[in-house]
Design a protein around this ligand. Structure first.
Ligand code: ATP
Ligand code: ZN
Ligand code: MG
Length: 307
């Protein structure tokens, strides 16, 4: 292998040894080197260039969203195990003294924290739907958005491709079933061509989300049967279990119904989103092409730095 010298399960070590990622003491939270960030920046520009003809509207949301919005979106029904909320101290001077005493004694002080109205955004597109709904009826040719956000998922892991805080870039198409499925279809092709152009091995596959609990198994089966989710997989942390670096999701009218997204004539909109896992793509590039970007294949360098 000409890439980063590592054995399965130690990609993290290789990334840390090469000062591309920095340990924070918590699995799934890493500092990133300047070069790692440059690669992400250049990859985002490549995605933007490929998507430019579609003239998407760009919106950047902060990495936190309203608790009510997350509740209404249904996220807690499907993924309660991944969600994370922000807590803060709202106590008195006396409570503060108690807090300091507990810290001093090494005791658990979390009871002195109160949940706030903010949840960490689990996927870049969640804050979008209520925002679009506020803007009134959707035009007949639908709408297209381009988003980028830090996301949080409580899934600590030693696999550097499974972070707790990571960035997702998304295109979100809102429209008729045909409009949104055509858009997803076009990115299944564009996405694969782009990743192959970067010199990375990849394949598309049908996928399902990790819905919580017993009921979740049925939801995952139904999602597969209806081919609602595809992933572009690249070997990153392991050859046997490649990593989903791009996702292509068809939500049918789930968000349309939830948020009242409608055309002028009252028909409910459907939606689809294409998600790019930015850290995962960067990790795949380092894993396959090595730690030194100057030595990456000419075609990869050209696509990222020259075009
Ligand atoms: P996986 O099956 O690996 O858990 P996913 O199906 O949960 O991935 P999506 O919910 O479709 O992924 O998220 C969109 C994109 O965000 C994914 O294609 C992936 O590239 C990226 N992503 C998801 N979870 C993580 C994570 N924990 N760390 C880094 N990137 C992630
Ligand atoms: Zn999405
Ligand atoms: Mg997941």
């Amino acid at each position: 292998m000409c890439g980063l010298d590592h054995h399965d399960d130690s990609l993290l070590e290789a990334m840390l040894e090469n000062n591309l990622l920095f340990d924070s003491g918590v699995d799934g939270l890493y500092g990133r080197s300047g070069i790692f960030e440059d690669v992400i920046e250049r990859f985002e520009l490549l995605v933007r260039r490929l998507g430019a003809p579609d003239k998407a509207t760009r919106i950047h949301f902060p990495p936190g969203m309203g608790r009510k919005t997350l509740e209404k979106s249904g996220y807690l029904k499907s993924f309660p195990h991944l969600a994370g909320g922000v807590h803060s101290f709202e106590g008195s001077d006396r409570d503060h003294a108690k807090l300091l005493g507990m810290l001093e004694a090494g005791e658990d002080w979390s009871d002195l924290q109160t949940p706030t109205d903010v949840f960490l955004t689990p996927a870049a597109c969640y804050p979008l739907y209520p925002t679009v709904a506020q803007q009134g009826a959707v035009p007949d040719d639908g709408r297209l958005f381009e988003l980028s956000s830090y996301c949080f998922r409580h899934e600590p892991s030693k696999d550097p491709a499974r972070m707790q805080m990571f960035r997702m870039r998304e295109f979100v198409r809102i429209g008729t079933p045909e409009q949104v499925c055509d858009f997803r279809e076009s990115w299944l092709e564009r996405g694969k061509t782009m990743i192959e152009g970067l010199g990375l091995p990849c394949h598309l596959d049908l996928a399902s989300d990790p819905f919580f609990g017993r009921g979740g198994k049925m939801m995952a089966i139904s999602q597969r049967e209806q081919a609602l989710k595809f992933e572009l997989l690249i070997p990153v942390n392991s050859e046997e279990t490649p990593t989903a670096c791009l996702s292509f999701n068809y939500h049918q009218d789930h968000f349309g119904q939830t948020w009242g997204l409608q055309f002028e004539d009252g028909r409910t909109c459907h939606s689809a989103c294409i998600g790019f896992g930015l850290e995962r793509v960067a990790l795949a590039l380092f894993r396959h092409h090595g730690p030194d970007v100057e030595k990456w294949p000419a075609a990869t360098r050209k696509l990222l730095w020259e075009d």
